[in-house]
Write a protein that binds this ligand. Structure first.
Ligand code: ADP
Ligand code: MG
Length: 440
């Protein structure tokens, strides 16, 4: 039987046979030391976060799914850690291995997640669940918020943390859409073997974008069984969604009411200083070049609606500098982001047009829609604006909030809901909305 260090040496040997000498040198030259082995998880030390990101992205699956199983029959997994992380991992008693993880992305960790006012509650709840998944305190944990704000990241961080601390946990990450597809495929062919293999005996279920199960009664029924089975056994479920449980439409009530049993937490848009923090961290992970502070501030100022766009902009700046073989400077950054920034402006023009059409219909000013007056006419126009920005432009509550004088996202959410409800009975309102939509 191989000792952990011996195993890592063999893995390196195999990698060196498969990669070009230069590539191998670049990634693995300084990755030599096994820090420890615990519960079948072997921690190998890497010198920098940048290198870890690269190894996880490019080689993690090959190492763990191809190479390790050929070298040993033991259930073992290799993870990459930084020197300063080694002490903090706790030990857990070791039952027989039954490891299985599905679809976890190694780069979504708690360490790579920047915490701020916009996501602190969600982060705290997620880390509590990760540290003690058997406590049953928050079951299910329900995380909701707009697109690109870190829901998937946080949910996967829970999975990665648990899997790094105990290899004997079956963790399944699945997009609700894929769950439904798996179910439809199984029931269509009347062959549930694969489906059951994947979805039974789960210790931790991470189900992403649950709103995708809307109007899919068969999948909901199946999920209802899984949900009850797991919660009865005190197994943890984490759910994400773009809205609260009560706002989900096309769902069986008994399902959505259960979603509220545990804890619901929201994530909203990061403020400016948090955006800068996120960029700093991502820059360190993505490039060995220095990204100057004025470039980070510039990006943080221009890309405010979600973290995905923020990260996309940073990627573009870095790639541009690599292709052109130039330093990263404010001037170069502006040039590489020019097209993206123009497209944001165009969108903003569209929203302005939308507000001015609504203002026109109610014979008021756009500034009144944005302002604070509570006169019936003005607040109706304001709520219609919220509703149309949400349904036609598919903006997030937070984005709409930022267009409408930084109102918070619960105000926007309740405005949208109010209009949506009233449209069911109020013919006059219906006509107004139709007229506006025609003009846009
Ligand atoms: P969502 O699931 O809410 O649509 P994601 O989790 O996919 O959003 O996040 C989009 C991108 O932004 C991912 O690359 C993720 O790593 C990054 N991201 C989001 N929030 C944070 C954060 N607080 N710190 C670091 N990265 C973040
Ligand atoms: Mg997501």
């Amino acid at each position: 039987m191989l000792d952990p260090q011996g195993l890592w040496n063999e893995v390196k040997e195999k990698l060196s046979n498969n990669l070009s000498p230069a590539t191998f040198e670049n990634s693995f030259k300084d990755v030599n030391v096994v820090a420890k082995e615990e519960n079948g998880v072997i921690s190998v030390v890497v010198p920098t976060a940048f290198l870890r990101q690269r190894i996880n992205t490019l080689y993690y699956n090959t190492i763990n799914n191809d190479i390790v199983p050929k070298l040993t029959t033991q259930k073992l997994k290799i993870i990459f850690v930084l020197e300063n992380e080694i002490q903090s991992k706790k030990s857990v008693p070791q039952p027989q291995p039954k490891m299985s993880t599905y679809n976890l992305n190694r780069n979504y960790s708690f360490e790579s997640f920047v915490v701020g006012e916009s996501n602190r509650n969600a982060y705290l709840a997620a880390s509590k669940v990760a540290e003690n998944p058997k406590s049953g305190l928050f079951n299910p944990l329900y995380i909701f918020g707009g697109v690109g704000l870190g829901k998937t990241h946080l949910m996967q961080a829970i999975g990665n943390y648990i899997s790094d601390n105990d290899i004997n946990t079956k963790i399944v990450y699945v997009q609700a859409q894929d769950y439904s597809n798996d179910y439809i495929k199984a029931s269509g062919s009347k062959d549930f073997k694969q489906f059951d293999e994947k979805y039974s005996d789960i210790d931790i279920l991470l189900i992403d974008d649950i709103q995708m199960l809307s109007k899919k009664p068969g999948s909901q029924e199946q999920f209802f069984k899984l949900f009850n089975d797991m919660t009865n056994k005190n197994k943890q479920i984490v759910i994400t969604s773009d809205r609260t449980p009560t706002q989900l439409e096309g769902f069986m009530d008994r399902l959505t009411s259960r979603f509220s049993f545990g804890l619901s937490v929201d994530i909203h848009q990061p403020d400016y200083s948090q955006r800068v923090e996120i960029l700093k961290k991502k820059a360190l992970e993505k490039t060995e070049k220095t990204v100057p502070d004025n470039v980070l501030s510039f990006i943080a100022e221009k890309f405010s609606s979600n973290v995905r766009d923020l990260e996309g902009a940073l990627n573009r700046v870095i790639q541009f500098s690599e292709w052109e073989n130039k330093e990263i400077t404010l001037e170069n950054a502006k040039q590489s982001l020019d097209i993206l920034i123009k497209s944001i402006k165009k969108e903003d023009n569209d929203y302005e047009k939308c507000l001015s059409v609504i203002a026109g219909l109610y014979n008021i000013d756009v500034s009144e829609i944005i302002g604070v007056s509570r006169k019936t006419k003005i607040s109706t126009a304001r709520q219609i604006s919220m509703y149309i920005l949400k349904t036609k432009y598919e903006l997030t509550y937070s984005k709409i909030g930022s267009i409408l004088n930084n109102r918070d996202h619960s105000t926007i959410m309740s405005g949208c809901n109010k209009i949506e409800n009233e449209l069911k009975t109020d013919e006059e309102l219906k006509l107004a909305v139709e007229t506006i939509l025609k003009k846009l």
